[in-house]
Design a protein around this ligand. Sequence first.
Ligand SMILES: [Zn+2]
Length: 674
Amino acid sequence: MRGLRASAVVLSLTITTFLAASPSAPAAAGAPPEPEVTSLVTISVPDTATLEKVVATGADLTERVRPQPDGSIQVDAVLSEGQLAALAPLGVEKAGAPAAQETPKTPKAAAADQIVIERAVWFRTRDGYFLSVEATSSAGPTATLSAAWRGRGGASGTVPMVPYTDAGAYLGHQLSTPAPVADRPSWVTVTSAGGGTAQARVKEWPDGERPDRTIPGYRKDFITQYMPPGQLNERVKALHRQFPRLTDVIALPYLTNGYRRHAQAQFGAVVVTSLAYGSEGGNDLAMELVDPGAQGRPLQVTVNGKLITVSLATDASGAITSTAAQVIAAVNAGAGSLVKATPYRTDNGQGVVAPAPLTQLSDFLKAPADVSREPARVLALRIGAHRDGSRTGVLAYAQEHAREWVTPLVTIETAERLLRNYARDPATRRLLQRTDIFIVPTVNPDGANYSFYDYNFQRKNMTNHCPAAQADPAARNSWGVDVNRNYAVGSLFDGYVGASANCLSGTYAGPGEHSEPESRNVIWLARTYRNIKFAMNVHSYGGYFMWPPGAYQAAGRVTLPRPTKAQEAYFLRSARTIEEAIAAERGTVTWPQQTGPVTDVLYSAAGNSADELWYDFGIFGWDFEVGNDIWNPATRTWEGVGFQPPFEEGHKEALEYASGLIAMIGLAADYRAP
Ligand SMILES: [Zn+2]
């Protein structure tokens, strides 16, 4: 609650408790309870107000949000069929074919409206020329605007524009997506059906300074595969061994909870959870529910070493009479030093339980034995010729979200390039002379292991804060805290939008600010190394480049304070320099619509790290969303790349965004505090 404290509004939004809504029955006795199957789907949301409601449900949205010509919004999300159905009452459905470009009909305004062209840019990608135009009308979102462009070679065309509103606030009109055009556009005229018109020259995007030039023979491309946390740590240590004069390894102080879970088994409406972690003996336990095969027997629990036997009660006819509630009480009384028994979800415990064969408890973790089950140490690699706090510090940290496999590769590729080119490339030498770089390839190693070995869509860390009613084994893919909602500025607890209090939600904020070691480690770096002035929070996917504010309050969409005009200009100018470096690799362009404050270009993300770095530490806190859409000329649509694209694509993303990160280090090298 430090920093910008807002009124402590408790969000009164309806939280859809997905699991409670799920109709799935308890697992059959003996069968391992399986989580609902989820998939990456593109959903269509009717409007921005509804999108805000969807965010408030805590649904597991990705970071790819695309406004459509009809005012609807398409968002990629990780959902089960049941979760998708739970969103249907809001008007959410699976996106079909892209809506036809249709100009909305609106009544003509009496007097001509005033049009201001905020931005008109062209850019060239590997797929050709694209035009992007943003303009505002004094008539607001109901105005009907179109953009007519003229190319250098004489070609021309007209593209409809769509209003863009966020939480009811009109932000202007834009092309629904940057439009592919036949020629390099030079002039654009925006015309309103209300009579207003404006003209502007179309500039090249991004139009920043060229990134630092490197010599021929500059070495790059040090990534050969996706890397789980163990390999990332090995690479960090290997780089330090090879470049001891240019690096330090910093062991961050807060150990994670570890890639580990308590062992569980489910017997109808009875859930049994080991007190010890699975890896510390819980997995060795086994339990059976036995029909005594005799009349008038009492309910009895016996423990023999690691074996728990529940002999069920029978009546005078020999029929079993023990209810789930009775079994739970008996197990807790008779085997309470080994396990805790609880009812399944909202079950009332009144049903009679069935006998069940001997069932081994399991933590259900599938990583090979050489993946440590102990609390994990998070490592930072500090790089620089003068690591004494006298140089401008740059922090690059990745994989707050476990499933974003490309993001650690961006940081490793960056570290490799800086170190292996230091001796040969003057531009690199200059960077290491003038800056002090802190690289954290994986903030969330436990979640990352879970994503690699158990559930590839894992977003959060692995710490289960759920009460027993939400902690049955089939819920295990939904546990954990969204590390990037666990910070202390503009948080859920301060009344900001875009994090959930539901422990099963994709955006669960945790039981309190900084409750998680993963977030405390990031802030520890900022607090300990006060020379850090720049930070890049590396995420995927969607192709964004963003900065604060990253959150607003529910009431009135009051954002965290906007940067000053001068700061905003610096953010934007720097963004263009960095985007230029990214584009230099293979023509990947970060669209202007996806360059800006988080709240403007994505959605509100309460309690994210970049906001805390900026507002509490004065660090220029940026977010990358690596993995730009790919243009499909056959369908004439942009397609998202996903969290774990084929390595061939992930590899290219790592290379281009490493160039972006190095461009940011270049900005830091030139930075002079005002
Ligand atoms: Zn992310």
